[in-house]
Design a binder for this molecule. Structure first.
Ligand SMILES: [Zn+2]
Ligand SMILES: [Zn+2]
Ligand SMILES: [Zn+2]
Length: 512
């Protein structure tokens, strides 16, 4: 039998890990509510200011076209490229060059699912192997994390230094402030004008994108293929048309573009950077960049899938969607994106990710994809689920119900954790884990997290055998998504070992 001190140490360790989780989750939710209110206020301000016509009146810029104008742009014919994050033919050779070192290539139309172009492997990959690791061309921290995370590394904790000019950007060290300055300088000039209010993340990301395009105007495209894949040329070859976008969204892009153009012109006039006539492209072009961001940007999430920012990764944006994806992305310091294989891949297989909640029913997923990414998913899972047969219809209806109860169980689980009602949390979590396992693809990051929560709750409530089962499944899923070295995975593996030890010790003492 394991000596008593080993067992008690294991117990103390798992208690500690669990408490930390609970506290972190509670704090996160309180922070979230505060910051969500703040973010809502920010977004409201953006709308309000444009609605008032304040910026237009004060800054004397050409008013944006009326609603009919934007509706007309939205109604323009959709070319085959829109919605699937695939580039047009510009720079095809350079995309190939940038993808080659990763063992990837861009397949011709029709070679992969969906009928369009897409990312495919040129060699085999093991489950969990890195498919691509890229830094964002542009990225910003979400409204709710503006004051709690370093705007360069995205790290939390400690006292953050504030950029004195805009009062918005924050850094964990002077080094990070220096490193971030090239990307922040132009954005800073705009934020200084709106101070103390801060525009929403889309507007801030757009400002950074415009600054990048401005910096690279007239310069030759980068020699290095990896650098090229983050350059203006690469970005502008991604889908960015307004045609096909819903008319209201098109008008919204127009308003946001108008606001950014006003801010840029005012900054240029007051000598706050952005000088020169090429500072701000025509409003319609700026609006099309917002379309580009909405179709191609990735939400930057922490390991627990909480959104901490938004970034544009042109190379990663080449991966198409599939409801049973072969890959998943995770994010490291400074928003570095790593794409890993969720299952063993042979050469020539499509590299796909999930753009939307994969636990949703097929009809819900299709609707979400159509409205956000402008295409109809025709993946195998969708085609099967939405086949016009009575059996398929029955399955789809059951799945709609299961997806709704998963959301309900997860909501109740978090509420129970908040209330420190561990018995209820355990019951809800176990149910949520089983529903999630039946709805999500076996390698889905969200499934790994749900299994992890169930495993931790079982450990906390003393049901070690169940805990070991959940933690083992969780560790397996999360390892493929994040790699073995990720803190979340190391914590999960450590907890699993602890529970296994304790279980073995318990079995031995029962036997003796
Ligand atoms: Zn930092
Ligand atoms: Zn600043
Ligand atoms: Zn699908």
């Amino acid at each position: 039998a394991a000596p008593a001190h080993v067992a008690s140490r294991v117990e103390a360790m798992s208690e500690f890990t669990f408490e930390r989780l609970a506290v972190a989750e509670r704090t996160m939710r309180a922070d979230e509510q505060r910051e969500a209110a703040r973010a809502a206020a920010e977004e409201a301000w953006v709308d309000e200011r444009v609605a008032e016509g304040e910026s237009r009146r004060v800054l004397e810029v050409t008013p944006p076209g009326d609603a009919a104008h934007w509706a007309e742009l939205a109604a323009r014919p959709v070319d085959g490229g829109v919605g699937e994050r695939k580039p047009d033919s510009t720079g095809t050779a350079r995309w190939h060059e940038a993808l080659a070192p990763w063992g990837l290539t861009l397949a011709a139309a029709g070679a992969v699912g969906g009928g369009g172009r897409g990312l495919v492997t040129t060699r085999s990959f093991k489950r969990g192997e890195v498919l691509m690791r890229v830094t964002p061309a542009v990225a910003v921290v979400s409204g709710r994390h503006l004051s709690s995370r370093c705007h360069h590394s995205h790290a939390t904790g400690g006292r953050l230094l504030v950029c004195s000019r805009c009062g918005c950007a924050r850094y964990c060290s002077a080094d990070h402030q220096r490193a971030a300055w090239a990307g922040h300088r132009d954005e800073c000039a705009l934020l200084a004008q709106t101070r103390p209010r801060v525009p929403g993340q889309t507007v801030r990301l757009l400002a950074r994108l415009l600054a990048l395009l401005r910096r690279s105007a007239g310069a030759p495209p980068p020699e290095d293929a990896g650098e090229w894949a983050r350059s203006a040329a690469a970005i502008l070859s991604l889908s960015h048309q307004l045609g096909g976008q819903p008319a209201e969204r098109c008008a919204e892009f127009g308003e946001q573009a108008g606001m950014v153009c006003s801010l840029i012109q005012e900054a240029a006039r007051s000598g706050g950077g952005w000088a020169g006539s090429s500072s701000c492209p025509p409003q319609e072009e700026v609006a099309s960049l917002l379309s580009l961001l909405s179709l191609n940007a990735h939400a930057i999430c922490d390991a627990e899938l909480q959104e901490i920012g938004i970034g544009l990764y042109p190379l990663a944006a080449l991966a198409n969607h599939d409801c049973d994806p072969t890959a998943a992305q995770s994010f490291g310091a400074a928003g570095k994106l790593t794409l890993r294989a969720l299952r063993p891949l042979a050469a020539g297989e499509a590299v796909t990710i999930g753009y939307v909640d994969l636990a949703a029913a097929a009809s819900e997923r299709r609707q979400a994809l159509r409205s956000s990414y402008l295409f109809t998913c025709e993946c195998r899972a969708c085609e099967e689920a939405l086949a016009p047969t009575p059996a398929a219809r029955k399955r789809e209806a059951a799945r709609c119900e299961a997806a709704a109860s998963l959301r309900e169980e997860q909501r109740a689980e978090l509420a129970a954790i908040d209330a420190a009602d561990w018995e209820a949390a355990l019951r809800r979590s176990t149910r949520a884990a089983e529903i999630a396992a039946s709805l999500l693809p076996p390698g889905a990051p969200a499934l790994g997290l749900q299994l992890l929560r169930a495993g931790k709750l079982h450990a906390h409530c003393g049901s070690l055998r169940e805990s070991v089962g959940y933690l083992r499944r969780a560790t397996e899923v999360l390892q493929a998504v994040h790699g073995e070295a990720a803190p979340l995975v190391r914590d999960a593996a450590e907890m699993l070992r602890g529970a296994q030890l304790e279980l073995a010790y318990g079995d031995n003492s029962a036997a003796s």
